[in-house]
Design a binder for this molecule. Structure first.
Ligand code: PHE
Length: 339
């Protein structure tokens, strides 16, 4: 009997299997309920006492060998089939890789940056959480100035005031504090205003503000720069400047671009006037230059600021500003750009 068990141990150790079914058959043969091992265990009581020890040891040995074999064969077969999944059939079609789409805000922002970089403007950025000085006071908006109400502000903390910037003019302040003229910089970024959310306005949106400071910069330079910009971005060169008010510029103006009245959409977009308001601008107030450490007798400059979201809505004929921040792939996948 012990001899038979020894033979089985050898057989078990030499056993190999091509597939899982063979391993399962092997397992049942040895370790199953009606398997050989149970037969041997049942024999145990008939074995003469003096052989019991040796007999017991060999059945245990057989059992361990069978368990080990089943285990190692299963692992090898699983590993092989994984390998096959990865490398097996080299003629299989490749996994499709989805091409990403740029966000319409990024597309418009990158176009604006590209247009201004061609005339020597660099890009500057700053923090979205700002202090009172950079967002208001340095921009000629001292405490209690009524114009602070023009931009409803989210405060993170009061006294000292810490807030979410309401415009990227704060970046221009930081830029002037750290750089002497000539300055030519545009500041793109996200801004926040405590406004009711609707199809036309959101409590956060994006701006590009521009700043040009040098000797003898005049209003004519501003106008020419804006005209260049609208021609490049919209393909429209007819603009008009309407007098306006900003605390940080004097004189100040709103810029309208003549869109035309050719189609029904033109009528809708321009409310029948043909004109579209696209940005605010003006000559930087000498007080602002002084606040930022620039000699206002020697230097002058202009600034302008526009909302990227509104321009994206215009250019892509999008009807609701909220679509820009809802992350709906059906919307986002419609935009493609090389920029
Ligand atoms: N900062 C202004 C705004 O956010 C825009 C602006 C910038 C106007 C520069 C004039 C000059 O509304």
């Amino acid at each position: 009997m012990i001899e038979t068990i020894r033979e089985h141990i050898l057989q078990v150790e030499n056993f190999t299997a091509e597939d899982k079914a063979a391993v399962e058959a092997f397992r049942i043969k040895y370790l199953g309920k009606k398997g050989l091992l149970n037969d041997f265990f049942a024999e145990f009581k008939n074995v003469p006492n003096e052989q019991k020890k040796e007999f017991g040891q060999s059945i245990n040995q057989l059992k361990q060998a069978a368990l080990h074999k089943v285990d190692s064969l299963t692992k090898t077969l699983e590993h092989n089939s994984e390998q096959e999944g990865v490398f097996g059939d080299l003629t299989r079609p490749g996994e499709p890789i989805e091409l990403g789409a740029r966000h319409p805000i990024s597309i418009v922002k990158n176009r604006i940056i590209e247009i201004f970089s061609r005339i020597g403007f660099n890009v500057s950025e700053g923090p979205e959480i700002e202090d009172d000085w950079h967002n208001f006071t340095a921009l000629n908006l001292p405490e209690y100035h009524p114009a602070r109400d023009m931009q409803d502000t989210f405060f993170v903390q009061t006294d000292p005031d810490v807030l979410l910037r309401t415009h990227t003019s704060s970046v221009q302040v930081r830029y002037m504090e750290n750089n002497q003229p000539p300055i030519r910089t545009i500041s793109p970024g996200r801004v926040y205003r405590n406004e009711a959310i609707s199809a036309r306005s959101h409590c956060f949106f994006h701006q590009v503000e521009g700043l040009y400071i040098d000797k003898d910069v005049s209003f004519a330079d501003l106008k020419q720069t804006l005209q260049y910009f609208t021609t490049e971005l919209f393909g429209k060169s007819k603009i008009r400047l309407r007098p306006s008010y900003f605390p940080f510029t004097e004189p100040s103006a709103e810029v309208d671009v003549y869109w035309g009245l050719e189609t029904e959409t033109d009528y809708k977009m321009t409310k029948g006037t043909g004109w579209l308001e696209i940005m605010g601008c003006g000559m930087v107030d000498p007080n602002v230059l002084k606040n930022c450490g620039i000699d206002s007798d020697e230097y002058s400059g202009f600034a302008f600021g526009m909302g990227i979201d509104r321009i994206a809505l215009l250019l892509h004929q999008i009807s609701d500003i909220r679509l820009l921040s809802e992350n709906d792939l059906r919307f986002l996948e419609q935009f493609r750009s090389v920029l």
